[in-house]
Design a protein around this ligand. Structure first.
Ligand SMILES: [Zn+2]
Length: 314
């Protein structure tokens, strides 16, 4: 069994202390987020996480991408589609991921151990379009989703080539809402997947009763769901395990919606159940969703608990 995080980690932006840092900041060369990435990576590694993220410290999951995508505009925190969606103006997350990987490599004395690594994370085109408002050019969301998939494909390929991640995860929380056209959604993921030589994961939060059958047909290697925060999904998985026999399961077994430490017994029972259903070799344990809103010590405690259980059953 391996462990990972869904993505985000609590951010702590440090005050600049040295005059050199202050000068660099004045010149636009100091990146205050680098320290936040470093501390989130070290926390994940100290907790025993195998496949880490860069902590997604830079901002919310939509604007972090749309800021660099022509055709989309952010105003007061809302995203609008204002013209045809084109390719990103720069690589968005590659440098942060490369930095996270360097911190990881240093942590292990210069060589990342076998089976450990970083994962690239992209917010999916379905979720971005469904959380944006179309103001011009597109008559329907579906055409915008396909164009955005082609745009985000550049980021996916850049991550694969330059950061060499263990896998790439597409975040599509909207797929469980019933609002998304599943045929378009699948086509969009196929565009992101085309020619990719690293495994692809898709994270969907929420209750799966309605959407599981559709989601199980997506052309990805890993499906990542939440199982701790609701008591419905484990039953859905149990009933439909044959549909995902060719996939691994990112198994959310820590409740990221509460800022208290989970009951170790409850988590253990859930993991035991998952091992019965899909087998431990097909499981990647993680929290239900990102941990951004948790206090730092709670976030760390949650990851530590997760990894203790992983070690016990691996
Ligand atoms: Zn989520």
């Amino acid at each position: 069994m391996k462990s990972t995080v869904v993505g985000s980690y609590p951010v702590e932006l440090k005050e600049l202390s040295s005059s050199k840092d202050k000068l660099l900041k004045f010149l636009g060369a100091h990146d205050t987020y680098k320290d936040a990435i470093k501390s989130s990576v070290i926390a994940q590694l100290d907790a025993g996480v195998d496949i880490i993220s860069d902590g997604q410290v830079r901002g919310d999951m939509v604007s972090i991408f749309t800021e660099y995508i022509p055709g989309m505009r952010i105003e007061d925190g809302n995203t609008f589609i204002v013209s045809k969606i084109r390719n990103p103006t720069k690589e968005i997350s590659v440098k942060d991921l490369q930095y996270a990987k360097k911190v990881m490599s240093d942590y292990y004395g210069g060589k990342i151990p076998e089976g450990k690594g970083v994962k690239g994370i992209i917010t999916g085109p379905n979720t971005i379009v469904h959380s944006s408002r179309i103001q011009a050019f597109y008559k329907n969301k579906e055409d915008a989703i396909i164009d955005l998939a082609h745009s985000l494909k550049h980021e996916v390929d850049a991550i694969a080539k330059k950061a060499e991640p263990s896998y790439i995860q597409i975040d599509e929380p909207f797929l469980s809402t019933g609002m998304v056209d599943m045929k378009t959604a699948r086509e969009a993921i196929d565009i992101l997947r085309d020619g990719l030589d690293v495994p692809l994961a898709m994270h969907v939060c929420g209750i799966l009763s309605q959407a599981f059958k559709d989601i199980s047909r997506f052309n990805v290697d890993i499906l990542d769901f939440e199982f701790a925060g609701n008591n419905v999904n484990i039953g859905v998985l149990e009933k439909n395990a044959d549909l995902i026999a060719n996939k691994k399961i990112g198994f959310g077994c820590i409740d990221s919606s509460v800022n208290t430490l989970d009951d170790a017994k409850d988590v253990e029972e859930l993991v035991k159940k998952a091992i019965e259903i899909v087998g431990k070799d097909n499981l990647i344990l993680d929290p239900d969703c990102g941990l951004r809103r948790a206090p730092k010590d709670i976030a760390f405690g949650k990851l530590k608990l997760l990894n203790e259980i992983k070690d016990k059953y691996s």
